[in-house]
Design a protein around this ligand. Sequence first.
Ligand code: ADP
Length: 445
Amino acid sequence: MIYSYYIFYNYNKKSVEQLVSQVISQCNILADQVLVNQFAISNSQDNLSIEIDQMANVMDGRILVIDSGYRVVKDTYTIEQDKYIISPTVFGVISGGSGMQRQITDNALEITLPILNAEKVVCGAIVMTVSMQQIQDTNAYINQQGNTLNAIFLVLSVLIAYMLSRFISKNMTTLNHKLTYMCNGHLDEPLQVKGFREVEQMSDSIDRLITKLQVLEDSRQEFVSNVSHELKTPITSMKVLADSLLLQEGVPAQTYREFLVDIVEEIDRENEIINDLLTLVKTDKKSASLDVEAVNMNALLELLLKRLRPLAAKRNIEVEYESVRDVVAEIDEVKLSLAFSNLIENAIKYNRDNGWVKVSLNADHKFFYVKVQDSGVGIPEDCQEQIFERFYRVDKARTRQTGGTGLGLAITRNAILLHKGAIKVYSEPGEGTTFTVRIPLNYIA
Ligand code: ADP
């Protein structure tokens, strides 16, 4: 619409300008001839007079030739012939020296042009009035055509917009229906809505989100069932022990004592599981906050080894510590102590008698690295990823012997991830295991 109005406006302007310049050039030609004839055109039989009449006819207008005394020497309509005329424009052109004047009214163009002699002195004026009816007719025609086109475009665009919006909303309605269906508990079927690319992308994203939530839900359920199972086992043992004492008559005091020792062991185990569970919750990403301070890592590892050496000594396991340089890092001492002590304790627990454990510390300008190596039983390749999962143990039958809840490495990994670090395991069954830990020296919030 704007474009059609722009074209219409320019066309109108251009046509008027063309008419004006055409009229001016005709007036100039006439002015020269009037001068040559020295205004002798009163006789309608004169050649010049006939020429002026013809020109007025061709231009579809009226021509007045006025001399310097304001007398009309020629009027093609003959109404003003030989009369005196003093209109403001004529006066301005002949006496006022205003130069050429032009006036545009609704349907006529009037040009008043001075007749200048060789010395540029005004000797009279020519007034040419031409009709603008033709221009206006053309304008009206173009305007009408433009309006018709605009109306067609308007109807078409409304139609296209309506159809498009119906099409888009149809896809959205399908998506909405399927989502409502899912909300009613049918989460197993994927959405897979087909249609616009954006709708398909949205449907795919929702499908991925649902899969992720399902994985989370599955892992939550597995965790709850594992926790219940782990907590129930010591209680079941305690109940069996207590029941067997109650069911027997005249049990000797010695047997009572032995059974009570077993019950106390089970209570300790229950306690250990609960403590580990609490620690796991504390190191969980969502709830954990770190108490970061600059800690001397050499001193920290040496202290942990000092505490654990008696455990290693029981099975004659040699514990070595190697430090390449002094390392001070910004860490949460409590959480990382727990992580490293779990790793070292495991290296001792899952070792052979007379074996060895090597702990080493190194650093570069960005990270510090801790390596815990042992000569123990090793971890089969297919279990190496799972050992970090909660309650996962490679050899479930040995649990009683070695102790442990299966939560140690999960706690360790949580603590390391909280520090934006990484942990990796390399192991050869029967040969030994190596855990490597990498943690940034400066805490990244
Ligand atoms: P646990 O309380 O049973 O030690 P962890 O989470 O600390 O639980 O370890 C998970 C399992 O990974 C252990 O049960 C053990 O089978 C295996 N494991 C961990 N560290 C070692 C190691 N240094 N050598 C061999 N096996 C290991």
